[in-house]
Design a protein around this ligand. Structure first.
Ligand code: HEC
Length: 153
């Protein structure tokens, strides 16, 4: 009976250790996918800003950048399940405050989605002044979240 008990405990500990490893693996997978998604946002933003600085902005290039942003923006909010902060032991600039101020973080992610839609709508008109205003609003949405929720690099 005593032996049986010990075995059960060993099994339980084994299961716990396995569960913990699986959790850590999925956290790092999520963090990598999250960072890759942000890189897409960065790439799209750079493409848009490069054109807006040019004497004659290429609206098609702006549309492509805006579309890239629009594909990535709605995914942001879903990339932050509990356990994917610094405690995951993976290099991440996600600050713990994300999980302490859930509603504010969600609102910042929502703002990004709306600003992205705004940029895409402006790009569709081809009106550079409108695109500039929308890109400015979008940049504000990036910065607004980074200032509070992302570690400085
Ligand atoms: C709702 C919050 C939020 C918004 C909005 C947001 N970001 Fe971020 N961003 C983060 C967080 C948090 C990280 C850190 C992610 C990590 O390291 O796990 C990050 C990381 C990044 C990175 C670094 C990715 C890497 O690991 O190489 C880039 C680039 C980036 N964001 C660009 C942007 C751009 C451009 C926008 C706007 C179009 C934007 N972000 C909007 C929260 C946000």
């Amino acid at each position: 009976m005593k032996q049986h008990h010990g075995m059960m405990a060993a099994l339980a500990i084994g299961a716990l250790a396995f569960g913990g490893a699986a959790l850590a693996a999925s956290a790092s997978t999520t963090i990598q996918a999250r960072q890759a998604n942000f890189k897409q946002l960065g790439k799209g933003m750079k493409a848009v800003m490069t054109e807006l600085k040019a004497d004659a902005p290429n609206v098609d290039a702006i549309k492509a950048g805006a579309a890239l942003i629009d594909g990535a923006a709605p995914k942001v909010a879903g990339f932050f399940p509990k356990g994917t902060g610094p405690e995951a032991g993976v290099k991440t600039e996600a600050l713990p405050v994300i999980w302490q101020k859930g509603p504010e973080f969600k609102a910042a992610a929502e703002k990004l989605v709306n600003a992205s839609k705004g940029l895409n709508a402006a790009a569709a008109t081809g009106d550079v002044a409108r695109i500039k205003a929308a890109a400015g609003a979008l940049g504000g949405a990036c910065k607004g979240c980074h200032d509070t929720f992302k570690a400085k690099d």
